[in-house]
Structure formats: structure tokens, C-alpha cells
Design a protein around this ligand. Structure first.
Ligand SMILES: Nc1ncnc2c1ncn2[C@@H]1O[C@H](COP(=O)(O)OP(=O)(O)OP(=O)(O)O)[C@@H](O)[C@H]1O
Length: 308
């Protein structure tokens, strides 16, 4: 879907992208990076809206520098900042954008109605957009990116300015763009944990460089751990402590997880057997033993703290 090779973008005072090489396939991809990491710059170069200083980029097999027009015909773009004219309605605006993309008027009207319904704008769509909430504006921006039935949409910080409920709704909508319509999505966020439920793949950039690019599942699976909760007994009034010692004797390190819970790295299946046997030997009550996945944010936190 998207390919970048040695992509560099230098502005007079900053280097926004520094030799970025990327390969993004179909599905939903989350592009994560702190503010200023270079996400918006990358999107603008991909769409052919800004030239790269060095390197090449292509979208759907088309060269971004030379074939920007053809790319934009097949790709939808939701910009980060507020860009909606306040004095026209969502319907007028989205019909206009559909016409700009080349749809004849009847098709543009029909697609606009469908798309606005899909993003959850109903009666409000006839009112001027100046009076809309941030959430409604984000929905209109999403609708205009979808109206010409693109193969791929590039969504720049679509959850910006939304409250937690609005964020969840927007992330749900984004997921459905792919599941309901088969459209691939590249969605950016400066929040690492936000996209893990929405994306099949996560790309992390920092200072214009690639930090990681990995399937979301392997991101979290590689670092799976086990949570064990036990009860105290008369023989072992501090059950978790007794279990920690028993596991240490078996070569396993358990760390306190709060209350009567212990966490252990689940390197392989034998960890479960060892935990079960240790609990049985001590005669403790087992409340639960469950696999737990680290959230992406935790994975990075551990890495930052880890001197290796
Ligand atoms: N037109 C421009 N002229 C000069 N510097 C720019 C320009 N556009 C972006 N930059 C700088 O390039 C760097 C990367 O910006 P970019 O907008 O791509 O980051 P981002 O990851 O999208 O962050 P944000 O979410 O804050 O926009 C920043 O330091 C920014 O100040």
C-alpha cells in the first residue's frame, strides 16, 4: 500500500524525516510518534502535497513525487487541523469534495448521504459547520475522506480534541472503515496505547526515524505474562510470599502485582505447570491464573527502564 525509501525532509531549521524506510501493507496501520516526530510531513509527502528532500515514496504503486494527482484520486485524506468552512453545511461541503474528486452530481449526493450516515451525522448535517462540536467536525473530516470510495485513507490524528467517549467512537468508526468496506487505513496518533485495539500493524517513528514496525499482536504477544492470584492459609499466612519463594526455588521470578496477585514472564507453557505444582505443594487456594498481554505503552516503558 505504502512504501518509503530513505525518505528525508529538511526544513530550514529542522529535519522532519531522516532517512525513513517503510513498507505498509493492507489493513489498519497505526503510525505512532510524539508531536513533531514527522507523521504529518510523511503523509503530505505520500500524497504528493510536499516534496521530499531525498529518497522516494510510493502509494498504491504510484510515485508520490510524480503521480500525486493519481494518488489523491484513490486515497482519502483527513488532515489534522480544523479546515472546515464555518458557513456551509456538512452536506454541502462533502458533496463539494465528492464533486472535486470527480463524482457526477447524483452520485456525489448519494455517496454524501451514505457517508455522513456512516460517520453518525444525521439531522445536524444540514446546519452550518461553524456551530459543530469538535467531535462533529472530526466526523465531517472523516466523511470527506471516504466519500469518493478510496482504496486507502490517511487519517492524521483523528482523535485530537475528543473526550474519552468520543475517542472510542472514532476508533470504532475507523476499525469499521476496514471491516465493513475493505478500505485500508493509515491512522496517526501521538498516544502509543490508543491504536492497539484499532490497528493490525503498528509503526513507531521518532525524530523522523523508524523505531519499530510490527504486527500489533506480536508486539504484545512477545511480552505475554501470567497473573496468578492465591489465597493465604493457616500454614502460609502470606500466600503470595510463600509462592514467590517456591517459584524462585524452581528458577522462576515472580513480581508483586498488587494484593494477592503475582506476575511472571510466560516464556513457555511449562511456566503454567510450575505455578500449578508450586501452589499444590504449598496447599494454597488458587483464585485465578491467566495470561495477560502487556499493553504497547508498557512494553516501551519497560524498554526505556531496561539499561540493556
Ligand atoms: N512547513 C514547515 N516548515 C518548517 N518546519 C516544519 C514545517 N512542517 C513541519 N515542520 C517541522 O517538522 C517537524 C515534524 O513535523 P510534523 O508536523 O511532521 O510532525 P508530527 O509528527 O505530525 O507532529 P504533530 O502531530 O505535532 O503535527 C516539526 O519539528 C515541525 O515543527
Amino acid at each position: 500500500m505504502i512504501r518509503a525509501e530513505g525518505l528525508t525532509k529538511r526544513y530550514p531549521k529542522v529535519t522532519a524525516l531522516a532517512g525513513l524506510t517503510l513498507d505498509i501493507g493492507p489493513g489498519v496501520t497505526g503510525l505512532v510518534g510524539a508531536n513533531g516526530a514527522g507523521k504529518s510531513t510523511l503523509i503530505k509527502i505520500l500524497l504528493g502535497l510536499a516534496p521530499a528532500t531525498e529518497g522516494t515514496a510510493s502509494v498504491l504503486g504510484l510515485n508520490s513525487a510524480r503521480e500525486g494527482g493519481a494518488i489523491r484520486e484513490q486515497v482519502g485524506y483527513m488532515p489534522e487541523h480544523d479546515c472546515l468552512p464555518p458557513d456551509v453545511s456538512a452536506t454541502e461541503f462533502v458533496v463539494h469534495m465528492a464533486r472535486m474528486s470527480g463524482l457526477p452530481r447524483p452520485a456525489a449526493r448519494e455517496r454524501t448521504a451514505d457517508t455522513l450516515r456512516h460517520v453518525g451525522l444525521h439531522e445536524e448535517r444540514y446546519r452550518p459547520m461553524g456551530g459543530y462540536s469538535t467531535g462533529m467536525k472530526q466526523r465531517v473530516k472523516l466523511a470527506q475522506a471516504l466519500v469518493h470510495d478510496p482504496k486507502l485513507v490517511l487519517l492524521d490524528e483523528p482523535t485530537n480534541g475528543l473526550d474519552p467517549a468520543g475517542r472510542d467512537e472514532m476508533l470504532g468508526l475507523i476499525r469499521r472503515i476496514h471491516t465493513d468496506f475493505g478500505i485500508s487505513v493509515l491512522v496517526t496518533s501521538h498516544l502509543l496505547g490508543e491504536l492497539e485495539r484499532t490497528s493490525d500493524h503498528i509503526v513507531v517513528i521518532d525524530g523522523g526515524r523508524l523505531l519499530r514496525s510490527q504486527a500489533t499482536a506480536t508486539f504484545t504477544q512477545a511480552t505475554a505474562s501470567v497473573a496468578v492470584e492465591v489465597t493465604d492459609t493457616d500454614a502460609h499466612p502470606d500466600g503470595t510470599r510463600a509462592l514467590t519463594e517456591a517459584l524462585a526455588a524452581r528458577g522462576l521470578t515472580a513480581v508483586p502485582g498488587g494484593g494477592h496477585v503475582l506476575h511472571l514472564d510466560a516464556t513457555d507453557e511449562s511456566v503454567y505447570d510450575a505455578v500449578r505444582d508450586a501452589i499444590a505443594d504449598l496447599g494454597l487456594g488458587l483464585v485465578r491464573i491467566e495470561q495477560r498481554r502487556h499493553h504497547i505503552a508498557e512494553v516501551f516503558q519497560t524498554r526505556e527502564e531496561d539499561p540493556r
